[in-house]
Design a binder for this molecule. Structure first.
Ligand code: SF4
Length: 327
């Protein structure tokens, strides 16, 4: 399926087909003459990408060389490597592991850039995921890249952003094609007879960077880390303290946007910044589902698309994604 076809597929006006019907209608890529081009299926350690990789193997293996690749941040929960071996056995295929060798751990990134999680996204995601992915891809010779975006509205929007902003990588999203939610992915992985990553069993809704905890996790996620993993929480509170004092301004993981304006929140209050509250000032909440980290968390890219959509709606009073895609 080309990016344009998939974009049309994601258009809400396109007729909805059932999961069963969709499976049988699945468009097989056109056979490329001469040599087999590569399809990179990105395995991220979470259940969504695990299922997407399996779908990529089913869909593309007869016509393309499907590589399953994991970009290791070296900041993963150790059970991620057990899950990797289990998935590899299910796929009957090696999962290639690559990393940014410039850094031996994620804290080096945060310290180098004096940054944790800002409006543009997380610097660690950009350095440890995006840069590695861009270096590894081969636009000229790859047919497609496959991502585990699920069938939730937010991830469908992200898929649209990616199609608009990165058409050259010809992204594919089998979970959206097959209408797989995160819950469907958990059932699918369990149907393979293997355990989901331990972090899901611990009550988190992702398996991102659990060695330190993920800076994109949000208030509910960090409230849970504080309750269940106090040492991890203290360690990251100390990182916030170190960077904030060094830079003379609050550098935080969390922020509150409930009143429209983004308000920074520390994990633990600091005497040096008495005006900045900490996450205990917010009502207790559960961790939200978090996108698997692949270096596409920049809100700048999302705003770019939303601006276009808003202009489109203003000018035509309709939302025509098909035309928008051609721009
Ligand atoms: S999973 Fe979270 S902490 Fe890890 S690289 Fe991505 S944004 Fe950073």
């Amino acid at each position: 399926m080309t990016p344009l076809e998939l974009f049309h597929h994601l258009d809400k006006d396109v007729k909805v087909v059932t999961k069963k019907a969709k499976r049988s209608q699945c468009v097989k890529p056109e056979r490329i003459e001469k040599e087999m081009k590569r399809v990179i299926a990105w395995w991220s350690g979470g259940i969504a990408s695990a299922v997407a990789c399996q779908k990529a193997i089913e869909l593309f293996s007869s016509d393309y060389n499907v590589e399953v690749v994991f970009i290791d941040t070296k900041n993963e929960h150790e059970d991620t490597y057990r899950f990797l071996d289990d998935c590899s056995n299910i796929y009957k295929k090696e999962i290639k592991v690559i990393s940014n060798e410039k850094y031996s751990n994620i804290k080096e990134v945060w310290r180098k850039y004096n940054s944790l999680n800002v409006a543009k996204g997380a610097i660690c995601s950009s350095q440890l995921k995006k840069d590695v992915r861009v270096k590894y891809q081969d636009i000229e010779n790859d047919y497609s890249q496959v991502f585990g975006f699920d069938y939730s509205k937010s991830e469908q929007n992200r898929a649209k952003n990616m199609l608009k902003n990165y058409p050259e990588i010809n992204p594919n999203f089998p979970l959206i094609d097959f209408k797989y939610t995160k819950e469907d992915c958990i059932k699918e992985v369990e149907s393979w007879g293997i355990r989901v990553p331990l972090t899901y069993e611990l009550g988190f809704r992702n398996n991102n960077c659990f060695k330190t905890g993920c800076v994109q996790g949000g208030i509910g996620y960090w409230q849970k880390i504080k309750r269940d993993f106090p040492e991890k929480f203290r360690d990251m509170a100390n990182i916030e303290r170190e960077l904030s004092i060094k830079n003379g301004k609050p550098i935080t993981i969390c922020s509150d946007q409930s009143k429209g304006k983004k308000v920074r929140l520390f994990l633990e209050a600091m005497d040096e910044f008495p005006d900045v509250l900490d996450i205990s000032s917010k009502k207790g909440r559960e961790p939200e589902t978090l996108m698997e980290c692949n270096g596409f968390c920049s809100t700048e890219e999302q705003l770019d698309l939303f601006d276009d959509i808003l202009t489109e709606i203003k000018e035509t009073n309709t939302l025509n994604l098909k035309e928008l895609r051609k721009k």
